[in-house]
Design a protein around this ligand. Structure first.
Ligand SMILES: Nc1ncnc2c1ncn2[C@@H]1O[C@H](COP(=O)(O)OP(=O)(O)O)[C@@H](O)[C@H]1O
Ligand SMILES: [Mg+2]
Length: 244
């Protein structure tokens, strides 16, 4: 999982560019610092869309490119986050209100950003995360009807407004995703929601992708795993550029 920093094409190109900038302008330290920051990639989509499947393939690809990579997930990714995940997905917590759910998701996220994501990016590592803030806009916003401006306030506060460099949205008809997820065993607290809930989640995800086409890549998740991986790899190509 942890590639050797500085040995992949991405790192080499960054190092080369940093040196050139330094030679041209010795005062360009700020630019050099920004160039060495890692890239933040998130995977989004409904239940059974194929996020975990893609994560494994994409991780292998990036490591093969020489990228030093940290893989994590939401809710979870830290000891505190994993404890929150257990609560949030526990079918026994069926009385959880939307506000509590939202705050728990952001509690996990605040910890993940500070303990894992920001330190990794600052060290030049890339971070591949199974879900992030877009999931709150989709699930608690679209799905449960929490006002978008409340989520935006929490985003600013809990994550300092950290946005991924690239978000891969695996888009799939709700019925297809549910049929795939059903093969995984017992449904968690969120998976037992009605189809209408997941239709709203899907619509909210698609609206976010349409509003931010520079950051999002919408991928047809009904394609084969190999085709989905190829689309994801294609979407990462611009992240390797020196000015990406
Ligand atoms: N592109 C695909 N085509 C068909 N089945 C898939 C595809 N991607 C994943 N699957 C299968 O669907 C199920 C759910 O996939 P998973 O990666 O766990 O989805 P998610 O993490 O988004 O919930 C698994 O059984 C997986 O093998
Ligand atoms: Mg998964």
């Amino acid at each position: 999982m942890n590639g050797d920093p500085g040995h992949g094409p991405a790192m080499l190109r960054v190092a080369h560019h940093a040196k050139a900038a330094h030679e041209l302008n010795p005062n360009h330290v700020g630019t050099m610092t920004r160039l060495s920051r890692g890239k933040f990639i998130t995977l989004e989509g409904g239940e059974g869309a194929g996020k975990s499947t893609l994560l494994a393939g994409l991780q292998q690809y990036l490591v093969d490119q020489g990228v030093s990579l940290v893989q994590t997930r939401e809710p979870g990714g830290t000891p505190l986050g994993e404890a929150v995940r257990a609560i949030v997905l526990d079918p026994a917590q069926r009385g959880m209100c939307a506000e509590a759910e939202l705050l728990l998701m952001f509690a996990s996220r605040a910890q993940l950003v500070r303990e894992c994501i920001e330190p990794a990016l600052a060290a030049g590592k890339w971070v591949l995360c199974d879900r992030f803030t877009d999931a709150s806009y989709a699930y608690q916003g679209g799905g449960r009807g929490v006002a978008v401006d409340r989520i935006a306030t929490l985003e600013q506060w809990a994550t300092d407004g950290l946005r991924p460099d690239l978000t891969l949205l695996l888009d799939l008809p709700v019925a297809t995703g549910r049929a795939r997820a059903a093969g995984r065993g017992e449904a968690d607290r969120i998976e037992v929601e009605a189809d209408a809930f997941f239709e709203r989640v899907r619509a909210a995800y698609r609206a976010r992708a349409a509003a931010e086409p520079e950051r999002f890549r919408l991928i047809d998740a009904s394609l084969s795993p190999a085709q989905v991986l190829a689309a994801a790899i294609d979407a990462t190509s611009h992240l390797f550029g020196v000015n990406a």
